[in-house]
Design a protein around this ligand. Structure first.
Ligand code: F6P
Length: 358
């Protein structure tokens, strides 16, 4: 079977990210848009473009003192009457769509404009409705990604959101020069980590091809990487075409734990953020209880075991970039072990029926 085009996108990630980091587009945006009074960002997006906002949330709150609200387009347009109460000058709506063609996101932009908000749009694809409807624009700079499950676009858009938070933090004076540089340096170092992450995940998979046969899996994460767990769940569901469950670590023992047993397959994401001790105990319990456990470990003292993939410890960003890369490798490789193209068409008639894209 021909290797999926997703591999090409994954191997491009480090170069596309370096271009993004070198770009001046965020600085140019902040010259055109005065972010000094900004106290609230409302993200509106779907799928991976939504999951990156959950990951990026804490960078805005911590580094720029901006409250973050994350909405799906439907919820934003139809279930958010509180929007009318928000100060238009202190609030920015940021609509994200890789393709720039998701109809829900387009409707949400129209709604935001009707309410009188400033709208920043972010896309991978230029000359699309999402690009053109906003007041301000940022491109992912990831290059074209003509497949269903996005990889390089996720890495670039996630990094773009982190860079935007860091630059706004600097403009607002929340982030001093030293901390600003430390974040930029950590992102640069994380980009250099990517080839090793890809290799570590591929090597682990060589001996664990049986994961390709699973019919359901869980992903557990917390803190910054709860969003990564959501993204991994979506990515692997999209490529493997099987159901999955995502759970925030603290919530796992509030009911979800009752569903697991020897037939369960669980991926956990381990960092040193709040909840680390509980994650350790949970992993110990899972190792005894479930059929398959995979631990993606980004701590400073990673545990070495047959069920562990190591990702470099990057404490300021909780290694979020490389954790996503490792999980993208899984999502691409596992269907291929069964001779299935991770990008195979599936129920396209539904997206046409409900008008997912324009
Ligand atoms: O970012 P977009 O183009 O609005 O699409 C949202 C989501 O839709 C999908 O393409 C699948 O429908 C996802 O891969 C993507 O994350």
């Amino acid at each position: 079977m021909k290797k999926s085009i997703m591999w090409e996108h994954i191997y491009e990630e480090a170069d596309r990210l370096k271009e993004l980091l070198a770009s001046r587009q965020v600085a140019d945006l902040l010259n055109a848009y005065d972010s000094r009074k900004l106290t609230r960002i409302i993200f509106v997006s779907s799928g991976s473009s939504l999951n990156i906002t959950t990951i990026a949330k804490r960078f805005y709150e911590e580094l720029a003192h901006i409250e973050v609200n994350t909405y799906t387009p439907f919820d934003f347009a139809g279930n958010a009457t509180i929007l009318t109460q928000y100060d238009r000058e202190m609030t920015l709506i940021a609509a994200i769509s890789q393709t720039g063609t998701s109809s829900g996101t387009i409707d949400a932009i129209h709604h935001a404009k009707k309410l009188g908000f400033n709208v920043l749009t972010l896309t991978e694809t230029r000359n699309t409705p999402v690009e053109q409807l906003g007041d301000y624009y940022l491109n992912f700079l990831s290059g074209s990604e003509p497949c269903n499950a996005k990889t390089k676009g996720v890495c670039n858009s996630l990094t773009l959101l982190m860079l935007l938070a860091i630059e706004i933090g600097k403009v607002k004076g929340v982030l001093g020069d030293e901390r600003y540089q430390a974040y930029i340096d950590e992102i640069a170092a994380s980009i250099e980590d990517i080839p090793a992450t890809i290799e570590a995940a591929k090597q682990w998979l060589e001996n664990h091809q049986d994961w390709g046969k699973v019919q359901h899996f869980y992903v557990l994460g917390n803190g910054t990487n709860y969003g990564t767990a959501e993204e991994a769940t979506l990515k692997m569901m999209e490529t493997m075409c099987i159901p999955a469950t995502v759970c925030e670590l603290g919530e796992f023992s509030h009911g979800v734990h009752r569903t697991i047993g020897p037939n369960s397959n669980i991926i956990t994401i381990v960092t040193e953020e709040y909840g680390h001790e509980i994650m350790k105990k949970t992993n110990g319990f899972l190792a005894e209880t479930v059929g398959r456990l995979l631990v993606i470990d980004a701590t400073s003292e990673p545990f070495t075991d047959d069920n562990v993939i190591h990702v470099a410890h990057r404490p300021l960003t909780a290694s979020c970039l490389n954790l996503n890369v490792a999980l993208q490798v899984l999502a691409t490789a596992l269907p291929e072990y069964n001779g299935i193209d991770p990008n195979q068409p599936m129920h396209e008639e539904l997206t046409r029926l409900v008008g997912t894209r324009i």
